[in-house]
Design a protein around this ligand. Sequence first.
Ligand code: AMP
Length: 115
Amino acid sequence: MTPAKTIFKRIIDGEIPAKIVLENERFLAFHDVSPQAPVHVLVIPKHEIVSLADVGPADAAWLGGIMVFIRDVAEHLGLSKGYRVVTNIGSDGGQSVPHLHFHILGQRQLQWPPG
Ligand code: AMP
């Protein structure tokens, strides 16, 4: 049986709408539906991978690419005073969608430590 598509795979495939910020052939950035800051954008790879727990040495090149893409998204969003990049991994990490994603949070003073 084919596993069900994640909500993010459905966004990548154009089956459900998203407010897209930037994209290229490998990565996609779109606004989170439940923003936790005035700016809350998700950055995902277009290929399917569950989380950072699933990467290995062969993934180093595109992982570097997604970090640069995140920087580009933050610049595009005008987050000149700073921002936070977070990825949640597994149940203790609070991950609810099993497709690797990085949250970009900004345009307010963020607190530390997170909950
Ligand atoms: P996490 O809890 O780290 O797995 O983050 C998943 C994020 O995806 C949450 O912040 C959700 O608000 C967000 N989310 C869920 N469904 C959608 C959607 N259809 N479009 C945009 N963001 C979504």
